[in-house]
Ligand binder design. Structure first.
Ligand SMILES: Nc1ncnc2c1ncn2[C@@H]1O[C@H](COP(=O)(O)OP(=O)(O)OP(=O)(O)O)[C@@H](O)[C@H]1O
Length: 268
């Protein structure tokens, strides 16, 4: 079976700064993998290249067998993305947002799909309120609904539970695990929450200064580093160069619009 994501010798250079250097990995379908690293390690840059938003300086990416350099629209139709740093259009209600995204992804029986998502993600109490007026937890649920609207086979998540209380974060993780179990979707998760990664991910890619410095299952990494948990392993790896303290030369900015949809719109 084809890999969900196949990355070979991927690099991205911003002027003099090499944000991703020679990254290679093959992520199978149906798996949840973690993409970890300190601030500025290259996680968002990698995700942006996987979405076809940033053009790699070198290397190849295939998603579900589609070459992102030549055939990215076929891949984009089968994947989706969520990040707390990418807001839904704020004046539209959650339902209106979901209708727009369902239309962009050409989702069959869109109203039925929206009702399914409203039920499984408990959107009922706020589905007709403007997205800009929701609490952080409600926004995350609405963003998750958007990211599942096209029943993606590959889901890229950038810090899916950032700024959520532990109960809401746990609720979101359970919904993601349920979706993966019922759909066979592959999930690549960039996160700073090591307990979340230990719970959800069968395999972890550890980045430091744009390079893959280690990988393996959380249990294998904990054993290899002689530590008690993944957080300690993370600190061992990140502190090797001091990047865990938050130094991020160049200070890359988050995107203000949803990249996947921007691309689909470009196609239309
Ligand atoms: N548009 C850009 N122009 C120049 N440099 C950039 C740009 N975007 C990111 N960078 C730099 O590339 C490196 C990797 O950034 P990236 O945002 O991918 O890291 P990250 O692992 O997602 O970090 P964080 O955990 O802080 O979100 C950083 O040094 C960053 O400053």
């Amino acid at each position: 079976m084809q890999d969900a994501i196949l990355v070979q010798d991927l690099s991205k250079r911003y002027d003099a700064h090499e944000a991703v250097k020679g990254l290679s990995f093959a992520m199978p379908r149906g798996a949840t993998w973690g993409l970890l690293g300190g601030n500025g390690a290259g996680k968002s840059t990698t995700i942006s290249m996987l979405l076809g938003l940033l053009v790699p300086s070198a290397g190849q990416i295939q998603v579900l067998g589609h070459d992102m350099a030549r055939d990215r629209f076929r891949a984009l139709a089968r994947m989706n993305f969520s990040s707390p740093y990418v807001a839904l259009p704020s004046r539209l209600s959650v339902r209106e947002n979901l209708r727009v995204y369902a239309h962009l992804y050409d989702v069959p029986k869109a109203e039925r799909r929206i009702e399914e998502l409203a039920a499984s993600l408990s959107l009922g109490e706020f589905i007709d309120r403007p997205a800009g007026q929701l609490s952080a937890g409600q926004k995350t649920r609405a963003a998750l609904a958007k990211s599942l609207v096209n029943r993606p086979e590959v889901l890229l998540l950038d810090e899916p539970t950032a700024s959520l209380d532990p109960d809401t974060a746990d609720w979101i993780r359970t919904r993601l695990e349920n979706y993966r179990a019922e759909s066979g979707c592959a999930i690549l998760l960039a996160s700073h929450n090591m307990a979340e990664v230990e719970r959800m991910c069968s395999h972890v890619l550890m980045l430091r200064r744009g390079q893959l410095v280690d990988e393996g299952s959380p249990e294998a990494l904990v054993r290899r580093y002689g530590r008690d948990d993944l957080e300690q392993v993370f600190l061992d790896i990140a502190r090797d160069t001091g990047t865990a303290a938050g130094a991020a030369p160049g200070g890359g900015e988050r995107r203000a619009t949803d990249p996947t949809v921007a691309d689909l719109r470009e196609e239309a």
